[in-house]
Design a protein around this ligand. Structure first.
Ligand code: 26Q
Length: 865
């Protein structure tokens, strides 16, 4: 077993300036600048404080916070730190939340409802305070109460560390889904891992990424509750013994080498307007008490402790890879650990009413696999039913195959999980036997019937990949077992069916379906953009956050000057706030009148942050040639973490910062162009960036981004998409209108075609400007005294074949930017497009996604509490 944490450590950081970029010489103080040619603003829509607040409720909240400050936190009003105030606010919220939770659970127990169990290795929850206050409809009350106590609610809420228990899109999707499940009253439990360290904290030193541990609960997390009564013991390792009964029947007995204790921590997820409260149950690993007392007693105190640290390592850290890196023993152990604990928990609850009669199991239980990460739950359920509950293999298979469904989030072949058979032999020998049996039944009972004697087909569809190192293909096991397999955007689901699993789709025509992703409008609009929320309250009524389609009412006003001005005034105020944050974080002055162009997502070649960078360089070059060029001032804002071992991705971060440093300090271009890389991109930073964006960069190579979800958040907040026809971009512009966005680049089919004979040199040699910027990267202009410091990018784009067709899309990308600049000059046209984008995102509420899952996949009914 791997005992070390994964490679989050790096060499000692070079001694250098703390921030990525220096203050520029251009003096544009954000807060002071007035919107360019902004029409007089009639109302003050961004000031949601004008909302009437119930005085009695304010008094009550104040009393509750003060009481908790004394009796729960053990301090006084005079001595309390901001952290203490925040803890007291959380305690006040919990008073109400736990009551609602009990009501929810009682209702479900009484009705013995069917429920979905969402298994995910990641839940990227972010901060909970503002969101919970909003969902409890207490935010304004709390703001007023804290104000009367001399505190600013935003400052108090800044005390909360992000729960960064996920890498990116997949983890955040799980968090949005929990919010929607609770809000829409679907019985559910989310199951995951209680990582001690979430995704690493990113520090930028001299432009380079360094990873630091993220101990999000160093001082405790007041939202979570430990449930010792639901602890589970999880066996691991050892060997399987085959026993033969007197009647000749054979059975397998697993003798595990280790037992790990799984301790559950519950985090209540509050539905909007106190609908229901869902539970997110995260498992922490501990050494089982009973374990290794022999060693201890024999004087091996230190050895026993070492064994303990091994078992406690399992939930220590989240793997920081958002696509690849398979084959790590600890990662497989993590996956098995949380799946095994979750299934035991599911069985325990089921048996409270069904007393080991499994005939109703598939009727009551739906299990959703969030990607292949929890696949091991399949053989584990089989094992529990066969070995511990005494069912036959066929009976167990009948139940298992009716209970599981699988969501695919990627087509990247290197991201499809495959685990070496030897690891299974070592850690999960009994599970391997079961997998072999499932596979045998599939190959002989299904494949052989359709393609008799076709060994090639068998090899292709088998769960086991043959070769020097035999491997278990987790995706194949998911597809074979699951009732439903879904992709996360229309085009992605089509590609899952046609390109990834075509033979399986031939076997099971109706197994494959689509559920387009969504995001929760409570967090991504109501909580993070109170100005725009107030405008929707006025235009669409108070229920828009429950029915995002009703925002389309604003569309009728998209041509009206008054609403255009108000909408853009809200955007402007959000940009002023972000400009302040930028100044605080990286020391760069940006002008809120400039166009804010945003690309926030994990750093990956397929997402093509380097395409954006090449364009920025070309713009810089053009401005140096003609500083009076008639273009709007622009600020390019990046937020991105790179996997610690992904060298090229880290080089791209370095390149962005190097270019930013040059550009921001170059007086010749008169402040027309700024570039900022905001360190440590995470949910709470996204909540500040997204409401302030004018342009949403969604520029993946077509066919590579399964869906994307920042595209939805940005559009919802009035940004115009500058993007390729990929993932959910296609559906977004379908609703918002292609004329209100800037689509460019090769289509999925064109990418497939070009890839057959692509030669990046043709584009390099055929485009003087492109050649010039690529060569520029290779000089020491951006890295003084260090020529070649950025050459890995050029190398990848030319010598390594430009796998994501950056050069092929460059000209078209530049042309899309020019269209955007042109439109931005026409304030009315821009405002209209921004309004239409925001007003037509109803389809991308995660409530819609959850209703789709409930209807098409889970067969789940919502329950009034
Ligand atoms: C795999 C092996 C070992 C360690 C880690 C991993 C790992 C971890 C996280 C692999 C993948 C992920 C996350 C993937 C992800 O976030 N995918 C994104 O999912 C979003 C929600 O569906 C989509 O919108 C994005 O398009 C997709 O990239």
């Amino acid at each position: 077993m791997a005992t070390k944490a994964p490679a989050t450590k790096t060499a000692a950081a070079p001694k250098a300036a703390k921030t990525a970029t220096k203050t520029t010489a251009t003096k544009t103080t954000a807060a002071k600048a007035a919107p360019a040619k902004a029409a007089p603003v009639k109302a003050a829509p961004a000031k949601a404080a004008s909302v009437a607040v119930d005085k009695a409720a304010v008094e009550q909240f104040k009393a509750s916070v003060l009481n908790h400050l004394r009796t729960t936190i053990g301090t006084s009003q005079e001595k309390a730190s901001k952290l203490a105030w925040w803890q007291a606010v959380v305690a006040s919220c919990n008073e109400e939340i736990f009551g609602l939770l009990t009501d929810t659970q009682k209702t479900h127990a009484k009705n013995d409802t069917r429920a979905v169990h969402y298994l995910s290795a990641e839940f990227l929850m972010g901060r909970l305070t503002v969101n919970n206050l909003t969902n409890l409809e207490k935010f304004e009350v709390a703001r007023e109460a804290l104000k009367e106590l001399g505190l600013d609610i935003n400052e108090v809420c800044e005390e909360e560390p992000d729960m960064a228990l996920g890498n990116g899109g997949l983890g955040r999707l799980a968090a949005c889904f929990m919010d929607s499940l609770a809000t829409c009253n679907y019985p559910c439990v989310g199951y995951g891992i209680h990582y001690e360290n979430g995704l690493f904290r990113q520090e930028i030193q001299s432009g380079k990424q360094f990873e630091r541990p993220d101990s999000w609960r160093e001082y405790g997390c007041p939202w979570e509750v430990c449930r010792p009564e639901s602890v589970q013991n999880i066996p691991l390792g050892g060997y399987v013994e085959t026993q033969t009964a007197p009647d000749g029947t054979k059975s397998s007995v697993w003798h595990p080498a280790t037992v790990i204790k799984a301790v559950p921590w519950d985090i209540p997820v509050v539905g909007y307007r106190k609908s229901s409260v869902a539970i997110l149950r995260l498992w922490e690993s501990r050494a089982a008490e009973s374990f290794n007392w022999d060693v201890f007693n024999a004087g091996g105190y230190v050895d026993a402790q070492a064994e303990k640290s091994l078992t406690e390592t399992i939930s220590k850290v989240l793997y920081p890879n958002d696509s690849t890196e398979a084959g790590k023993e600890l990662r497989l152990t993590q996956q098995y650990f949380f799946c095994a604990a979750s299934l035991r928990d599911i069985l325990r609850r089921y048996n409270r009413t069904h007393h080991h009669d499994y005939s109703e199991f598939a009727k009551k239980i739906a299990i959703q696999l969030n990607d292949t990460h929890p696949t091991i739950a399949i053989p584990e359920l089989m094992r529990l039913l066969i070995d511990e509950e005494g069912l036959s293999f066929d009976a167990a298979w009948d139940i298992t195959s009716k209970s599981f469904n699988y969501t695919n989030h990627t087509l990247l072949p290197e991201a499809l999980e495959k685990w070496p058979v030897y690891l299974f032999e070592k850690l999960l020998p009994r599970h391997l036997e079961i997998i072999y049996m499932i596979n045998h039944n599939f190959l002989t009972g299904v494949v052989d019937k359709i393609w008799p004697g076709n060994n090639e087909m068998k090899a292709k569809l088998s769960v086991i990949e043959e070769g020097d190192c035999r491997k278990v293909r987790m995706a194949n096991l998911c597809v074979i077992t699951s009732g439903r397999v879904n992709g996360v955007a229309k085009i992605h689901s089509q590609l899952v069916k046609d390109d990834l699993f075509p033979e399986y789709a031939q076997i099971w025509k109706d197994k494959f379906c689509n559920v387009t992703n969504g995001v929760t409008p409570r967090r991504w609009l109501l909580s993070c953009n109170r100005g725009l929320a107030a405008l929707y309250n006025e235009v669409s009524g108070k229920d828009w956050a429950l029915n995002l389609d009703s925002c389309s009412k604003l569309k009728a006003y998209a041509d009206k000057k008054e609403y255009q001005d108000r909408f853009m005034q809200i955007k402007y105020e959000n940009k002023v706030a972000l400009a302040k944050t930028i100044k605080e974080l990286v020391g760069v002055d940006v002008d809120p009148n400039a166009m804010f162009d945003v690309q926030v997502k994990r750093l990956h070649e397929y997402k093509r942050q380097h395409l954006n960078l090449l364009y920025i360089m070309s713009l810089y070059r053009a401005l140096l040639e003609n500083p009076d060029m008639d273009i709007p001032s622009q600020v390019f804002i990046f937020g991105a973490k790179a996997a610690p071992a992904y060298t090229l991705a880290k080089d791209i971060i370095y390149a962005i910062n190097a270019v930013a440093d040059k550009v921001n300090n170059d007086l010749r271009i008169k402040g027309k162009l700024k570039v900022v890389f905001l360190p440590n991109y995470r949910v709470s930073l996204a909540e500040k960036i997204i409401p302030a964006a004018d342009i949403s960069e969604q520029i993946s190579t077509a066919g590579y981004e399964a869906s994307g979800t920042s595209n939805m958040k940005l559009s919802m907040n009035g940004a115009l998409t500058l993007g390729t026809m990929d993932g959910a971009n296609i559906e977004i512009v379908d609703f918002a209108g292609i004329e209100n966005n800037f689509i460019f680049g090769l289509s999925v089919d064109e990418v497939k075609e070009l890839k057959k004979h692509y030669n990046p040199w043709d584009y390099y040699n055929g485009n003087q400007e492109l050649k010039a910027v690529i060569d520029w990267l290779d000089t020491d202009y951006f890295t003084p005294g260090q020529p070649g410091a950025l050459s890995s990018i050029k190398n990848s784009l030319l010598n390594l074949g430009d796998p994501f067709l950056v050069l092929a899309d460059f000209a078209s990308y530049k042309e899309a930017h020019q269209r955007a600049q042109q439109m931005y000059k026409d304030k009315a046209r821009w405002a209209k497009a921004a309004i239409i984008n925001s007003a037509t995102m109803g389809n991308f509420s995660s409530d819609r996604s959850i209703h789709d899952y409930a209807r098409d996949i889970w067969n789940l009914k919502s329950q009034k509490i």
